[in-house]
Design a protein around this ligand. Structure first.
Ligand code: NAD
Ligand code: ZN
Length: 240
């Protein structure tokens, strides 16, 4: 990383677990509580938006109350030092930007904006939504957070930029993602096939670990990134 410098990160729900936002899979995962087929597809939203807002309300409240943790801050520090070039995030919580990262590609959108799927008008979430209510558009349609539900396409600019970053980076850091959501899970493979080293930070092995990953740094995002930031500052402190 110190030599190549053009490091790009792909982050997932795991990087925000230590900020109090549960991941989707694994212990305490959101999917244990809400079946994704019933709550996280575009079809479900169109059929029963009020029901889907039960889950969305919880996500908006939890994301709104969360603050960046040491891992988000570590990523921002590495960008300031010219080591990290961009963060591609599958998260919708805005915590990379809150920590000071400037080049953030939001692959699955974000919770800060609501969009009308009838007239495409957009609104800041805090202006239209209060806990216990369902937000409405001026056209009376129920608004949807500007996040990518299953069955929706990836915003084209985010997808173009993410693939370009993956094709041209020297190192891809894959942090806190189970790499099971398509097409985000293609990004590590694209980077690898284009000659990048793939370094995974996750307490658990994933579907990438045995196939695509070159180095698995096993541990929580804050612990491993804290060590990595220190190591890049002072290579003499080389022991995890
Ligand atoms: P996932 O829930 O499928 O997997 C989370 C991964 O993080 C697991 O591999 C787990 O081992 C790892 N993990 C758990 N704790 C960790 C820690 N402290 N440090 C590092 N890694 C840790 O998450 P995903 O792959 O991102 O896919 C879920 C989808 O759901 C994403 O597309 C995302 O948009 C969405 N989501 C977003 C948020 C958020 O914005 N914070 C939260 C939940 C889900
Ligand atoms: Zn509308």
């Amino acid at each position: 990383m110190a030599e190549r410098r053009n490091v790009v990160a792909l982050t997932g729900a795991g990087i925000s677990v230590e900020s109090g936002i549960p991941a989707f899979r694994g212990a305490q995962g959101l999917w244990g509580k809400y079946d994704p087929l019933e709550y996280a597809t575009l079809h479900a939203f169109v059929q029963s938006p009020r029901k889907v807002w039960e889950m969305l309300s919880e996500m908006v409240s939890v994301c709104g109350a969360a603050a960046p943790n040491a891992a988000h801050k570590g990523m921002a520090a590495l960008e300031r030092r010219g080591v990290v070039r961009a963060v591609i995030t599958q998260n919708v919580d805005g915590l990379h930007q809150a920590a000071g990262s400037r080049r953030v590609i939001e692959y699955h959108g974000n919770m800060e904006t609501l969009v009308c799927i009838s007239c495409w008008k957009r609104y800041p979430t805090r202006e239209r939504w209060t806990p216990g209510t369902v937000p409405l558009c001026d056209c009376a349609e129920i608004l949807k957070p500007d996040v990518v539900l299953f069955g929706e396409p990836i915003p084209w600019l985010a997808q173009e930029q993410a693939e370009e970053e993956a094709r041209t980076c020297g190192v891809l850091l894959v942090i806190g993602t189970s790499a099971q959501v398509s097409p985000a899970c293609d990004i590590p493979r694209i980077a690898k096939e284009s000659g990048a080293a793939v370094v995974e930070i996750n307490p658990e092995p994933t579907s990438l670990t045995a196939s695509v990953t070159d180095i698995h740094l096993q541990g929580s995002a804050s612990e491993v990134l804290g060590w990595l930031v220190g190591l890049l500052r002072d290579p003499a402190n080389g022991h995890p």
